[in-house]
Ligand binder design. Structure first.
Ligand code: CO8
Length: 377
C-alpha cells in the first residue's frame, strides 16, 4: 500500500535516571550464583541439581553489543536475594507507573511536533506488556494528559508494537477518523525479565517513546517525515514467549514457573528472523518503487548488534556504515517496541529534505513491521 498523505511530525523519548552497567549486573548475578551453588552444594554433589555457571561482561558485549541498560529500579535488580525491580503498587486514584512514563514521552513528542494536547484525537499504547488488563492504559493516559475528547486503545505485538501502531495510526488518519494520533511505547522490560537466567539476564532495559502522526496538509512542525508505506507480517513461533496471564491462577501447578517471564531460543530467533526481515525490507522498498541504494538510513529494532549488521548488509548488498544503521542498544539494551523509535528519535542528523529511511521492528510472534519515510521538511 502506498501512503502519501500522512507525516510523522514529532517524537519523544523518556529515559529512566538509573542505569546498570554490564560489570554491575554480572557482579550481582555471580554473587547470586555463588550463593545458590553453596546453598545447594549437597544436591549438586549428588547430581540432583545442576550447578549454575557465572555470567561474564565480556560475553554480554561480544554476543549482543549491549554495554548497559536503563531501569526504573536498580537496587531490587542488583540484590542477589531478590533479582527483581522494586516498583510499588499505586492506588487507583494515582496515575499508574506505565501511564506516567508514557505521558512524559508524549509531552515531549507533542512539543517537537508543535502540537498541543487539545489537537490530539487518539492515543495508541503499543508495547510488549501492559501493567493491567483494564481499563485500557490509553484511556488513563488521555485523562492525565488533560485530553477532553478523543479515544485510544492498547495493543501488543511485542517488539513490533510500535510499527504496528504506526500503521494503525496511518490508517486512521487516511480514513479521516482522525487528524492527529499519538503512538506511545512505554516499556518496563525489567519487570518481565528473569534476572536469574544467565542466557537472558543482560538483554532488556526500560524506556518510553512516542510518535506523533498527522494528516500531511495539517502538519506544521519544522521537521516532517512523510509515510511512504507501511508493511506488517506475523508468523507464529514459540521461540520468544511469555505465558504470564490471568489464567495462571487457575492452575496452581504453574504458579511461579519460569515460563511466566520472558524466555527465548536466541540462536533460532537470530537464524530465522534475520532473513525474513531483510526480505521484507527489500520487497517493501521494491513495491514502493525504491531501490536499496535510495535508502540513507535504517532505524532497526535494537536486539542484537550482529543481527542488525547482518540485516543491513543483506539489504544494502555491502556492509553498512554505522550512520546508515545507527545503534542505541549499547546504551539502552533491548527496549522491545521502543528500540527502533529511540534510534529514529536520536539519529536524524545528516538526513536532508528528500532523503529516505526505513524504521523496521521485529520480534516475538514472530512479527515484523517496516515503515518507509521521506523527509519533506
Ligand atoms: N555469560 C557467559 N556465557 C554465557 C552467558 C552469559 N551471560 N549466556 C550464555 N553463555 C554461554 C552459553 O552457555 C554458551 O556456552 P556453550 O557454547 O559452552 O554452550 C555460549 O555462551 C553461547 O550461548 P548462546 O548460543 O546462547 O549465545 P548467542 O551467541 O546466541 O547469544 C543472544 C545469545 C545474545 C541472546 C543472541 O542469541 C541473540 O541476541 N539472539 C537474538 C534474539 C532476539 O532478537 N530476540 C528478540 C527478543 S525480544 C522480543 O521479541 C520482545 C519480547 C518482549 C519483551 C520482553 C521483555 C522482558
Amino acid at each position: 500500500m502506498t501512503v502519501s498523505d500522512v507525516v510523522i511530525s514529532g517524537t519523544g523519548l523518556w529515559t529512566p535516571e538509573l542505569a546498570i552497567t554490564n560489570d554491575e549486573l554480572v557482579a550481582s548475578f555471580n554473587e547470586y550464583v555463588a550463593r545458590y551453588n553453596k546453598r545447594h552444594a549437597d544436591a549438586i554433589e549428588r547430581g540432583e541439581r545442576e550447578a549454575l555457571s557465572p555470567s561474564s561482561a565480556e560475553f554480554i558485549e561480544k554476543a549482543s553489543g549491549i554495554k548497559q541498560r536503563y531501569v526504573l529500579d536498580k537496587d531490587g535488580v542488583l540484590d542477589p536475594d531478590r533479582m527483581c525491580p522494586r516498583i510499588a503498587e499505586r492506588p487507583d486514584e494515582q496515575i499508574s507507573v506505565q501511564a506516567e512514563m508514557a505521558v512524559k514521552a508524549i509531552r515531549q513528542a507533542l512539543e517537537n511536533a508543535g502540537r498541543d494536547v487539545a489537537d490530539v484525537d487518539a492515543v495508541l499504547v503499543a508495547c510488549s506488556n501492559m501493567q493491567r488488563a483494564y481499563p485500557a492504559m490509553a484511556a488513563e493516559i488521555q485523562h492525565y494528559l488533560g485530553m477532553e475528547r478523543g479515544w485510544g486503545y492498547d495493543m501488543n505485538v511485542a517488539c513490533s508494537s510500535a510499527t504496528f501502531g504506526i500503521q494503525a495510526a496511518t490508517d486512521a488518519l487516511r480514513s479521516g477518523s482522525s487528524d492527529c494520533v499519538v503512538v506511545v511505547n512505554p516499556e518496563i522490560c525489567s519487570a518481565h525479565l528473569a534476572w536469574e537466567d544467565r542466557d537472558c539476564h543482560f538483554i532488556f532495559g526500560d524506556v518510553a517513546t512516542a510518535v506523533v502522526l498527522e494528516r500531511k496538509e495539517k502538519a506544521t512542525s519544522a521537521k516532517q517525515w512523510e509515510v511512504l508505506g507501511t508493511r506488517l507480517q506475523t508468523k507464529f513461533s514459540s521461540n520468544i514467549r511469555n505465558n504470564f496471564g490471568f489464567l495462571n491462577r487457575c492452575d496452581e501447578a504453574g504458579v511461579g514457573a519460569r515460563d511466566k517471564l520472558f524466555r527465548q531460543e536466541g540462536r533460532k530467533v537470530f537464524k530465522e528472523v534475520c532473513p525474513m526481515v531483510a526480505e521484507q525490507i527489500l520487497s517493501h522498498l521494491g513495491d514502493t518503487g525504491l531501490s536499496p541504494e535510495a535508502i540513507r538510513r535504517m532505524w532497526l529494532h535494537q536486539a542484537n548488534l550482529s543481527m542488525n549488521e547482518l540485516i543491513a548488509k543483506r539489504v544494502l548488498g555491502r556492509p553498512a556504515e554505522r550512520e546508515e544503521a545507527p545503534v542505541i542498544l549499547d546504551d539502552y539494551a533491548n527496549t522491545s517496541s521502543a528500540g527502533s523509535i529511540i534510534a529514529f528519535h536520536k539519529h536524524q542528523a545528516g538526513m536532508d529534505v528528500g532523503d529516505v529511511g526505513v524504521i523496521c521492528s521485529f520480534g516475538a510472534g514472530y512479527s515484523i513491521g517496516s515503515v518507509i519515510l521521506r523527509r519533506i521538511a
